[in-house]
Design a protein around this ligand. Sequence first.
Ligand code: KG4
Ligand code: ZN
Length: 384
Amino acid sequence: MTNNNLTILAIETSCDETAAAVVHAGTQVLSNVVASQLDELRRYGGVVPEVASRQHILAMDAVIGEALAAVPDGWAGIDAIAATNGPGLSGALLTGLNTAKALAFARGLPLIGVNHIEAHIYANWLNQGSEAGSGEPMTPQFPLVALVVSGGHTLLVLLEGHGHYTLLGQTRDDAAGEAFDKSARLIGLGFPGGPAIERAAEGVQSDLILPRAWLRDSYDFSFSGLKTAVLHKAQERAGQAAKVAPRNADKSLRRQNPPAGRATAPDPAPPAAAPSLPRPLDAHFVAQTAHAFQESAVDVLVSKTVEAARQYGATEILLAGGVAANTRLRAELSRRAAVPVRFPPISLCTDNAAMVAAAAFYRFAAGVHSGWDLDVLPGLRLGE
Ligand code: KG4
Ligand code: ZN
């Protein structure tokens, strides 16, 4: 066994997904198991850290067992164990990291701590090979620009080699996924809001335009103004509806107050996020607003990414994180970029452990591995 053909078992528990995966040579996914807490989230109206940790503990054994079952030699085929140690919810991270430590110690295997944001980027190394002979490189080539857009993060990063990150920009307020989740909630769509907005916006033709925060001469992002614009539109619409049908308030109220978005953001209960509108918004308005929201968010994300790739001479662009599952974002970035755009399959965009194994592989190949004193780092930043 050389460093180039390592098989790594990885565990991911930074938020609300309990995940384990086995990946060979940093690219070949042998198994990828994800137990989602969506039912719990719906019940509690968002991520409750204590509940998430408990669910991880309950699911962990079965998830790891299933991931290992796909490896022909079982434990004998595993060369190292990786786990996300930040950023994320500390209690949730602890469950995965401690499990990984215990397994690595008991089996005499190396332990590799992984940064969750880096892992999202490395989802692009997984099974991305094009067919032999097509001329396209199998794995991403440096220098490249990566746009990481998830429920907790929005970053534009320059990568000049494995582990060589330069942060070009980040959000100054809400993460992109958080903006999707909160705006979806404002117009009465369910959680998670990203897929709900995408579905509602599908096939819509609309002249409605919502604001774009360009923050000129900066690669930073801001989505709170867009979210507030959605709130104002919703309040305005609800007001109009109240004037037309003042008597039906009771029934409609019961259908109001959809589940809250995830509560892991720095501002879990912003005034803009929880207005109680008097009645459900009509489907036409919801579709138009979802469409306008998505167009605004996608336009800003794509414009800045394309410009950064041009300025820094990137040979390609990587898209990563849960919001990278958005079809409109993928299509628009591919259309406007002057260089190839790469994105993971949808199942590898949202949280999973295969991406953790991929990131761990390149860390380990660079000689990095962790000690038993490795701790969780809820605020860990990329490149730290
Ligand atoms: O990466 P992820 O699974 O978890 C974090 O690390 O945060 O990302 C979850 C986020 C949620 O905010 C969800 O609404 C968003 O990704 N998301 C989407 C789509 N699918 C998931 N946003 C827009 N369009 C989608 N299709
Ligand atoms: Zn994530």
